[in-house]
Design a protein around this ligand. Sequence first.
Ligand code: ATP
Length: 324
Amino acid sequence: MQRIGVLTSGGDAPGMNAALRAVTREALARRAEVVGIRHGFAGIVRQEFIELSRSRVGGILERGGTILQTARYEEFKRPERQRQARAILRDQGLIGLIVIGGDGSFRAAQRLHLLGLPTIGIPATIDNDIPGTDMAIGVDTALNTVIRAIDRIRDTATSHSRAFVVEVMGRRSGYLALAAGLAAGAEIILVPEVPLDLRWVVSRIKRGEELGKQHSIIVVAEGVCPEGSAGYQIAREIAQQIDYEIRVTVLGHVQRGGSPSVFDRLLAVRLGAAAVDRLLDGSSGQMVALQGNAIITKKFSECLRRRKRIDRELLKLAHRLAAD
Ligand code: ATP
């Protein structure tokens, strides 16, 4: 019987459990055994293995987080740890490894692939910063959480004529801020990919007032100010220039949790099954990905070379629709 390994790595994302269930059950259906590795790449070196049976992955589809837990393990960047991991996985009789995580996790998977251990990646990160896939598992759920919060904030913003700064996750990527800001009708969206222009921000708030707007919602990705809280810093700087009541909400970790949305469950199921299919087919060094509505594969080497770009036209559209 063939044996495959699976782990979750990097930041957790809603839908990781749905992917684990799909990987396990698809593999079992194809007469392969599945070994779960706890705590990401650290768990390989520490040999934290558990057999995943049909029933072990029962009742987890709708649960946020990951039953295997995840870890950040910088040690894995050292080549001797990577060689050690390959040897351990071979000793376990594994023919390959499925890695569920973000681009950092795929760098680790690529190293194992280059050392001769077959690996397939499943994109799962709420940042949606992995080039080569339209969406990663967890993004849609996080977006729904963010817009529900912004909708509530708008109610109180309108009642009190205030500006609200809402800080969302995204250290290097503004996708969450852009998509949530667009879907929630935010007046201003600030992302790390576009240099901050405070004069423009202030003039937009003033213009909103002139137009009779009763509130301004400013969605800020955390990476807009690399040091400290972007939300509070932006609010402080705006307050120095206009006499307007400004409140700040930092959404923080609520964005990571919760039961996965229908979109994320469907994506996790499709990507999970496709990853097993590719690994059993003998493919390696690739991630399974969503392009349009199709599941495709992309080489790690291609997607890790570049950064995912923000859609500047969409950003312009958001600002045009909100108050121009
Ligand atoms: P997210 O973006 O959601 O946080 P991620 O997968 O990008 O997910 P990282 O913390 O960047 O999260 O990476 C996860 C783990 O992958 C690291 O803790 C480390 O164990 C491994 N890893 C990351 N980069 C490398 C690398 N260049 N070489 C080897 N291993 C790496």
